[in-house]
Design a protein around this ligand. Structure first.
Ligand code: NAP
Length: 335
């Protein structure tokens, strides 16, 4: 059975951006609902330790997620379990956010903070050692591999750029790519190839990530040409084989960049009036917790302003319609 719930604002996704949006919406005493399909925290739940969030020198990803959730709840917005299936608009332009239990949440503004999903390699050991040597974020986790030997998987801009970035910390970075040519920009490739701490292993795939109680210890590799197998000792592996923004729930076209990330203006407005985007789902230079919460703050204030302007516009339109209606008989009389 379908039930419809009306709210002033719907926030979709409870990662750092969504939790921050909920905090500010609650603080502004908006009637907001925050929908999340898993535990609140988003990518924080995949991060062992965060050491670049101002004011918290070192905090576990899980702990930061819990603290952000409690902080948002303190201002009155609880995160509500809901697997969002679609976001569309009705004839009046209101958003209808349908979740899998049959509830439809309705509002005139939505802040989409659904994040993105790093593509997985899908090999044995990847899930087991996630957060224990397997990472999808060089800026988040690179510093934990100081002086160590690590690997990066992929051959696009992310793998090549992040591989080079990781040489700041690691003694040796192997970049493992399945073909004999990168698809990354030449300038990034040249920078990597010039770096004495980086070495490319071409034409090779990772078949297994191996380790023990202390984390990743080695990678089982296979040369895709010769079929030859080998074992590469590493203490960490960064997987950069693409990242998919979670935008498939959007029923209508929203302008995006070539990677599918939503384009916004400086106030986080997307091309659809009333739809705001913040965090990893948005096209931007870096995807950090700090940028996500900053974007989300802007998005909520912009959404609030949008709702006030909308109410004023609708109010003056209905007043005009009323006065036209009232004026009609007089007009008729004078005619
Ligand atoms: P991407 O361009 O899609 O590259 C993914 C890489 O991973 C490709 O080299 C691909 O190999 C490899 N790959 C995919 N699946 C694999 C698998 N199962 N096993 C092994 N390798 C696999 O992704 P991205 O590097 O994350 O970049 C995403 C977008 O962001 C791109 O448009 C990129 O230009 C942009 N970006 C730009 C910058 C920058 O301008 N500085 C930085 C980062 C990202 P193949 O080459 O064989 O297909």
């Amino acid at each position: 059975m379908t039930t419809t719930q009306d709210h002033e604002l719907i926030i979709v996704g409870a990662g750092p951006a969504g939790l921050c949006a909920a905090l500010y919406a609650g603080r502004s005493e908006m009637d907001a609902v925050l929908l999340e399909q898993g535990a609140p925290g988003g990518q924080l739940l995949l991060t062992e330790l965060v050491d670049d969030y101002p004011g918290l020198e070192e905090v576990g990803g899980l702990e930061l997620a819990e603290r952000m959730t409690e902080h948002a709840a303190k201002f009155g917005v609880e995160s509500t379990y809901g697997v969002v299936e679609s976001i569309r608009r009705d004839e009046a332009g209101r958003f209808l956010v349908a979740v899998s239990d049959g509830t439809v949440y309705r509002s005139s503004a939505v802040v989409l903070t659904a994040g993105g999903t790093p593509r997985r390699l899908g090999v044995p050991g990847e899930e087991e050692f996630r957060g224990q040597g397997v990472s999808y974020c060089a800026i988040c986790d690179g510093a934990f591999f100081k002086g160590q030997t690590i690997a990066v998987v992929g051959g696009g801009d992310s793998a090549v750029e992040e591989g080079e970035f990781l040489t700041r910390y690691a003694e040796k970075v192997y970049v493992i790519h399945r073909r004999e040519a990168f698809r990354a920009q030449a300038v990034l490739e040249e920078r990597l190839l010039r770096n004495p701490r980086a070495e490319v292993i071409w034409h090779t795939v990772v078949e297994e990530i191996r380790g023990d109680d202390s984390g990743v210890a080695s990678l089982a590799l296979r040369d895709v040409g010769t079929g030859e197998t080998s074992e590469l000792p590493v203490t960490g592996v960064f997987i950069f084989i693409g990242f998919d923004p979670n935008t498939t729930v959007l029923a209508e076209h929203v302008e995006h960049d070539a990677g599918g990330y939503l384009l916004t203006d400086r106030d986080m407005r997307t091309s659809v009036p009333g739809l705001f985007a913040a965090g990893d789902v948005r096209s931007q230079l870096v995807r950090q917790i700090t940028t996500a919460v900053g974007d989300a703050t802007t998005a909520v204030f912009a959404a609030e302003k949008y709702l006030v302007d909308l109410a004023e516009r609708e109010g003056s339109e209905s007043a005009a319609a009323g006065s036209e209606g009232a004026a009609a008989p007089a007009g008729a009389t004078s005619a």
